[in-house]
Design a binder for this molecule. Structure first.
Ligand code: NAP
Length: 263
């Protein structure tokens, strides 16, 4: 399939590791000019080296804390510089803290809002003029399978990611006249540091071993394994590419069949 990504500028947020990094790798394989971002230069430099080894191509990168509006402005300007615009935005973020309603005060709720929802709004605001000017754009908002079935001990994620789905659906309508398609991905359980740390947190809370928690999680996944981040990356590439010409406003779960809810 021709994804039509050669020469396109793709900005992937929170991409020094995990799902963001994997998505960046898949866009690189398709010939896109890819920009990585994250809070630490060292992690980003290591990611660039890994991705170069894996794909033979070198992404650009810039340090950016996505909870800071000014950082996002500078990041989008940096990404747009060589080709005069950003064609594809993959909105992604670190996960908010695990816990239940009674664990969190306003400060934590506000931080989770800024990280999980407001950063997406701000990044979209920055790339929108570029996409409008070109009459073409793809926005992929990464969320979680929790948008269909809430996850125990993750009240912040369960709450704010639904806002991203409302945003995605609304923007699909508002941006269609500009040639911009907007979709969301809901990952289930991919083998990344985030999932390992959630398993540790739940094990501690329940007085179980991490192995017991992981085994119970695997038991709920019909495909019988955690996802490989590259499998997530391939979905991001399709939704964020020129091969996707008619899908907008959708949320696609990538969860090995784990979610039982009917949309
Ligand atoms: N893995 C899964 O199966 C799964 C399932 C459902 C939902 N999710 C969600 O998907 C997102 C990515 O998951 P993941 O598994 O890839 O997590 P991860 O391995 O923990 O990676 C998260 C990345 O986000 C970056 N980051 C964190 N806070 C940031 C900030 N303020 N500004 C810029 N970058 C920031 C981190 O780098 P720095 O710390 O260097 O900034 C890191 O590279 C998370 O929100 C997670 O909750 C993941």
């Amino acid at each position: 399939m021709d994804y039509g990504l050669g020469g396109k500028t793709v900005l992937v947020l929170a991409s020094g590791s995990g799902l963001g990094k994997a998505a960046a790798g898949e866009f690189l394989k398709e010939g896109a000019d890819v920009v990585l971002s994250g809070r630490g230069a060292e992690k980003l430099e290591a990611a660039v080296a890994d991705l170069e080894k894996a794909t033979g191509r070198i992404p650009r990168f810039r340090v950016c804390d996505i909870t800071k509006a000014e950082d996002l402005k500078r990041l989008v300007a940096f990404a747009a510089e060589p080709e005069g615009g950003v064609d594809v935005l993959v909105n992604n973020a670190g996960g908010p803290p695990a816990g239940t309603f009674e664990s969190f005060d306003d400060t934590v709720w506000t931080g989770a809002f800024e990280l999980t929802l407001l950063s997406y709004v701000r990044a979209i605001r920055e790339v929108l003029p570029h996409m409008k000017k070109r009459g073409w754009g793809r926005i992929v908002n990464s969320t979680s399978s929790s948008v269909r079935e809430v996850i125990e001990n993750l009240i912040l994620s369960n709450t704010f990611r639904l806002g991203v789905i409302g945003l995605t659906k609304s923007l699909a309508v508002e941006f269609a006249p500009y040639g911009i398609l907007v979709n969301a991905i809901g990952p289930g359980r991919f083998d990344t540091e985030r999932i390992r740390s959630l398993d540790r947190s739940l094990a501690e809370k329940k007085g179980l071993s991490v192995e017991q928690v992981s085994a119970a999680a695997l038991g709920r996944i019909p495909l019988g394994r955690y996802g490989d981040p590259e499998e997530y990356g391939r979905l991001a590439v399709f939704l964020g590419s020129g091969a996707n010409t008619y899908i907008t406003g959708q949320t696609v779960l990538a969860d090995g069949g784990m979610t039982r809810a009917v949309p």
